[in-house]
Design a protein around this ligand. Sequence first.
Ligand SMILES: [Zn+2]
Length: 382
Amino acid sequence: MGTRFRVHPQAPFIPGYEEPEIIWISTPPGGVGTGPEDHRMYVTDPLIAKAPYQRPYFPPYTGESYPPAEPGPDGHFDYIPVHTRQFMAAHAFACVRRVLDICESYVGCEIPWFFLPTYERLEIIPHLPWTNAQSGYGFLELGEDDSRDEPVPYALNFDVIAHETGHLVLFGTLGVPERSGPGVEYLAYHEFAADFISLIGLLHFDTALDRMLRRTNGNLFVSNELDRVAELFDERQIRKASNSLKLSDVGSEVHDLSRPFTGAMFDALLEIFQLILLERGLASLDTRRIKSVRESLTQTDIDRELAVSKQDYQIRHFAVKSALQEARDIVGDALLRSWELLTPDTLSFRNAASAIVRRMEQGRGHRFADRIHDNFVWRDIL
Ligand SMILES: [Zn+2]
């Protein structure tokens, strides 16, 4: 069935996420060894203050390391106490493995590392005295968040690890530009993809889905339209993804430039969620009647929708959650499978967005392809 670990779906200082939850990764018990390590990746936790990898320094790390995390007698890692070095190592490993599992389940095959055959496996460094995180040629390494009173290792932060894994997944699926240096849209698209994979990863945690839906009575969409979403949610991925920026509103800095693309996909995800609720008789708001969800939704629409769902949300929770999972998978599937249609040398926002729309038209969410298209148009991307 796989191997058990414990993971915080969001950084443990975020209210509601203090306790890690049990997850399964696809590698069978016995297949994950001391480190942890399996056939795709291994953790090594340097005893010294290793500098971040940077040309000409690349893996493997060959110095001394802290004692590794070991599997329990049953082959699982969920027994390791939190606040230990070994928990940190196991947590980082499990987050990377989990995101890889999720992405591979959308494309239906193993996603190769882009650094093959130089390195067979990814090296994960769970802790460096550094205030950043990075993934690159053969490695993923994590520093710590120093914005709080006590530094918090990024090894405990699913959001950051999933983002870095997202870069590796995109490189592995789409490839690396060969003819010329990467253009600014290529780099911005990478940031979007990494953020969106992190968001899709978050939406695979029961605790995160339950928490977000119960807190908003299932009205993610309406909250989004009011642009109150950043205030309502502690989940960092959602704070980043909900924005009203069009392409003409942002500069050429890659993180900035990625935001309209992320916003378009996030709005499409929420709109598809809303339409699935409508199809299933769980909501009354038909967003197809509205020209632009960010501009034309009226207070009357919102009040009506809130009134409908507030009364009986508790008894509809699991039905609403299932609609959100379906929307997540429709969008995740279209995104991951759109990369087969693209080449890194010719990638632009325009053809990346067109490829997503095309995959929507061909896939399980074909009835919503126009929704994703319209959101890209509103952002000036298509
Ligand atoms: Zn990034």
